[in-house]
Each structure stands twice: as C-alpha cells, then as structure tokens.
Ligand binder design. Sequence first.
Ligand code: DX5
Ligand code: ZN
Length: 219
Amino acid sequence: MSGIKIAPSILSADFARLGEEVRAIDEAGADYIHIDVMDGHFVPNITIGPDVVKALRPHTKKTFDVHLMIAPVDPYIEGFAKAGADIITFHPEAGAHPHRTVQSIKAAGCKAGLSLNPATPLEFLWPLLPDLDLVLVMSVNPGFGGQSFIESQLERIAIIRERIDALGLPIDLEVDGGINNETAPRAIAAGATVLVAGTATFKGGPAAYAPNIKGLRGA
Ligand code: DX5
Ligand code: ZN
C-alpha cells in the first residue's frame, strides 16, 4: 500500500447516527477519524464538543484526529484528551502562546498538530516544527465541508514537505478541505501523507464508504 493515510471527516456523516457512521468508516478502511470541532467564534459554525468525542470513543480503536477550530484553545485541551483524542490539532491564531499550547497537548498525553489556514504565514510553523507530530494544511477556509480546493496550498505543502525531509522529522503532513479523486493525487504529489475527506468519503451512503476511501488512496 502507498503509506498514505485517509482521515474521513465526520462533519459529513449523519449526526443522528454518529456511532454507526464511525464504525462504518472504520470497517471501510479509514486510518484516522477526523473530528472537526468548531465554536461559532473562531469559525462561523458550531459542531461538537468533548462529550460527543467521549461518546464515540467506544465505537472504534482508530486514531481520533481532533481538529480544534476554537479560540481560546488552551482551556479545552484536557477535556478533549480525557474524552479520548489521540492527536489534537490547533490553529496558531487561537492563543497568544502556540508553543505553550503544544506543550500542554503533550502533557495531556496526546500528539500535537498545528493547522495553517490558507493565508496563515508559514513563519508561524517553523519555530514549532521540531516539536510537532502533525502539520495540517487547510486547503479551504475552515468552517464548512463541501468547499472547493484552494490551489495555492499545493505549493505550501511542497515547501513544508521539503523542510520536514531536510530535518528528517517523523511528522504527518495532512491536507484538509476539498479533497476528492482529482485533488488527492495532486496533494500526495506535493508531499501530503494524510488526506482529510468529508464529502468524498460519505457520498453515496455506507455501501460506498469502502470504494470511496480506496479511490482516495489511489489503490
Ligand atoms: C473544514 C474542516 C474539514 C472539512 C472537510 O473546516 O476542517 O475537515 O470538513 O470537508 P470536505 O472534505 O467536504 O472539504
Ligand atoms: Zn478538519
């Protein structure tokens, strides 16, 4: 297999049947379960909190890849860690001290990720890179599923890939937003190793999840 990981975003799942949906994408071959947390403040949408993460935890053993689009972020780290998050990713704009946030995530026993909006300067990333487990490049503006892939992010993925390789760091490079069978191979070619996909995973209902994931992986 290619070594590419697929992280279905449950934002596109049926929220009335979330446990079943998580089991279905687990069985369909998901590597990570991508959980989009939005607060109606940092982004213009409200989704789920730690209690929902906790309720989903018994439904799968797969990695919970929790993407926090909330500000402030620090007061909520422990809650998401206790709820069962494996990776906690935040945006550098969500607090005054991003390095301290990375330390707090690790102290809570989780892997730490930094997410960059399409217009966030890469300068936010470089000082933190050696301490991160994951870098998440947003290829849409955060807030909603089903948006179109922003082409300019491919070059940023390539720049980050070059730096990760030069430093020999064991970091996931994840891309999130507008990923489908056309954009996935291009994101992979640029250097992404984890593909978040909401719309492209959940389209067509449960019988289509396995072929959808296989298609994204390029198998
Ligand atoms: C956007 C979220 C994404 C989104 C992806 O704010 O972070 O994870 O749900 O959805 P698609 O794959 O539909 O673009
Ligand atoms: Zn996300």
